[in-house]
Write a protein that binds this ligand. Sequence first.
Ligand code: G3P
Ligand code: MG
Length: 235
Amino acid sequence: MIEQGKRFFIFGHRGAAGHAPENTLSSISAAERLGVDGVEVDVQLVQNKLLVFHDDTVDRMTDGTGLLSHFSFEGARSLRIAGGEKIPTLEEVFSTLSPNTVLNIELKGVETASGTAKFVAENLSSRFLVSSFHPEELRKFRSLAPKAAIGVLFEEKFDDGINLARELRAYSMHVSMKQLSREIVSRTHTEGYKLYVYTANEEDEIQYVYNLGADGVFSDYPERVIDILHTLGVN
Ligand code: G3P
Ligand code: MG
């Protein structure tokens, strides 16, 4: 289980997406250099292998077109992201991280639970946090990884999120910046979960998340979070 203590936790979003193309090894390295506590990446299944990629289609991020799921693994790996990088595998991302950095694996694509559970089992570590918007992926993941830390991502009904967190014995709730409220912070804490907020990039947003008493934040610009906390004399 992640040991956070009272620290306000800083996740680089998709690595550090404000500094390098999202979900690439250079983005992961940028996040590390900036001093994050954890990095969040999105995973999708391509021919039974886990690739770190956000969108369903490759058009926005690569020199190719079409649905990622229609590519072979080799075909997906032959695509190039701006700057010439390949779409990384989950193993490559994990190898790039320093031993103390938490890796938040977001199960973005369907059928990613089994491969991720296997990956977590093979890389014994207390620094994984597995999250998803898909309840069924999280249920499958929990059945295969009874002790892993789970984060419940929710966009709409908070009560549904809390019910799922209870069912899955989750570690954390991950709420969108737009939905964040004092009530959500207090109910999440009353239920015994950490509350992490995505994605806060502007200073006033980061300040708001901190002031409301959340436990951490996802940001494309983690250095802004670090600066604010430094100014406040915390962490
Ligand atoms: O995991 C937090 C955040 O990444 C969820 O939204 O669309 O950026 O994957 P998205
Ligand atoms: Mg994500």
